[in-house]
Design a binder for this molecule. Structure first.
Ligand code: ADP
Ligand code: MG
Ligand code: MG
Length: 255
């Protein structure tokens, strides 16, 4: 359902440095893939480019999602098609409550799918069930978007937004970072309930611990803007034990 071919991207603007240097990745429907890799290898950039952030410019390659050319769509169009990047709204939006913001997002997507909009009562029911799942405080919905949230609350909020929006492709960039062990369990549990044959989940993470809780179908390692190694869950364990240097050496030998 998601096919990335020879993707090259650079920082937008003249003299923008090139970051992605030929990413190839095919992800089937219903699968969970983890992307690992050293700091600065291009993981976040890949997520941003998939989402259509204007800070980056694609110079070569293609991204096909559900048979459609993703690169032809704006970030808003991609969101409506069901692409969701966790932490979409890291900025605080004073005065705009989370509930107002989420209801608009959910109904825009439903409209696009040809589904009727949720009324206030239906929306509340949906929100309550997801908040229970994520063990979130009831006051949360009345707070302004991300205003004064702790790091852990922002992460929980991100997974909550995702659960409510019901996307087809979930991109989660280091959702596990900065969570204490209980929050990590709660968040993993919620992500696991989102697993479905209709949905694809891509997790960017540094930690095997997170992957032990989620159990990805495939693990990929990024190095200098490309995916250089793919494997199963074992690859994450190997990286946890041995770091990334051996992957670099292996790649160097292949060249
Ligand atoms: P990762 O998420 O794997 O740590 P990133 O995708 O965030 O890596 O960044 C890859 C490289 O590109 C880093 O060296 C980073 O500093 C650089 N980079 C990313 N975004 C920008 C940007 N907007 N402007 C300049 N450099 C950038
Ligand atoms: Mg980074
Ligand atoms: Mg990153």
């Amino acid at each position: 359902m998601l096919e990335i071919k020879n993707l090259h991207a650079k920082v937008a603007g003249p003299n923008g440095r090139s970051i992605l240097k030929g990413v190839d990745l095919t992800i089937g429907r219903g699968q969970v893939h983890a992307v690992m890799g050293k700091n600065g290898s291009g993981k976040s950039t890949l997520a941003q480019v998939l989402m259509g952030r204007e800070a980056y410019e694609v110079t070569e390659g293609s991204i096909t999602f559900e048979g459609k050319d993703l690169l032809d769509m704006s970030a808003e169009e991609r969101a409506r098609e069901g692409v969701f990047l966790g932490f979409q709204y890291p900025v605080e939006i004073p005065g705009v409550s989370t509930s107002y913001f989420l209801k608009a997002a959910v109904n825009a997507t439903r409209k696009h799918k040809g589904l009727p909009e949720l009324d206030a009562a239906e929306f509340l029911k949906l929100v309550k069930s997801k908040m229970d799942l994520l063990k979130m405080d009831k006051s949360f919905m009345n707070r302004a978007v991300n205003e004064g949230f702790s790091g852990g609350e922002k992460k929980r909020n991100e997974v909550f937004q995702m659960a409510v929006c019901d996307p087809t492709l979930c991109l989660m960039d280091e959702t596990d970072s900065g969570l204490d062990i209980d929050a990590l369990r709660t968040v993993s549990n919620c992500i696991n309930t989102l697993r479905s044959p209709q949905r694809t989940i891509v997790l960017v993470t540094h930690h095997e611990r997170f992957l032990n809780l989620i159990e990805p179908d495939h693990v990929h390692v990024m190095l200098e803007g490309r995916i250089v190694k793919s494997g199963g869950k074992d690859l994450a364990s190997e990286i946890e034990n041995r770091g990334y240097d051996w992957v670099e050496k292996e790649v160097a030998q292949l060249v």
